[in-house]
Design a protein around this ligand. Structure first.
Ligand code: IMP
Ligand code: MG
Length: 178
């Protein structure tokens, strides 16, 4: 285990099980359809790579890097698109792949944006969600696990761009960020 990690929250095996479970649901729900997977950079790359490999439905892949700013509510929030899609989503079944949902602002705004662009359907998967931190009510169709309000890293998740390469999800030692 990495020196800066206090405890492991999900092992590689546990993550694998979550990913397979979600993939099974998606394969059922989208049978006969074609999906456009939108990988939200950078945190979701590991999750997306594993999830997409478990999909049996036809899937195309594109990338976006986004963040949200502005005050409390979705309607007053603004989405900041740092890297936009290469694909026109009009008429497509879109699956947003995110690492973790914290306030929920980014995803709520992104869903709105993709609907505005004319996607046929938009659904969201997040490997983790922190329900106690949500400030907006964002619908997430496929969640791996709900976690308490603790800062986690690994399997793509970072603190200051570090720890993304860990193959497990762990809780950082407080002295690392204090
Ligand atoms: P939201 O718009 O507040 O939901 O922002 C979610 C984003 O915050 C995620 O995509 C992560 O980049 C980041 N984030 C939130 N909680 C954590 C965490 O515990 N570890 C690492 N990144 C996190
Ligand atoms: Mg992120």
């Amino acid at each position: 285990m990495h020196n800066d990690i206090e405890a492991i929250m999900y092992t590689k095996q546990e993550i694998d099980m979550m990913v397979h479970k979600i993939a099974t649901q998606i394969n059922e729900d989208y049978e006969g359809k074609e999906l456009l997977a939108i990988v939200i950079l950078k945190g979701s790359i590991m999750y997306a790579a594993d999830l997409i490999r478990c999909l049996s439905v036809n899937v195309k892949i594109d990338f976006m890097q986004v963040s949200s700013y502005g005050s409390g509510t979705v309607s007053s929030g603004v989405i900041d698109i740092k890297k936009d899609l290469d694909t026109d989503v009009k008429g497509k079944h879109v699956l947003i792949i995110e690492d973790i949902i914290d306030s929920g602002r980014t995803l709520a705004l992104l869903r709105e944006e993709l609907e505005k662009r004319g996607a046929e359907s938009v659904s969201i998967t997040a490997l983790l969600s922190k329900p106690s931190r949500h400030v907006v009510d964002v619908k997430v169709e496929y969640i791996g696990a709900e976690v308490p309000d603790e800062f986690v890293v690994g399997y793509g998740l970072d603190m200051d761009e570090k720890y993304r390469q860990l193959d497990y999800i762990g809780i950082l030692k407080p002295e690392v960020y204090m």
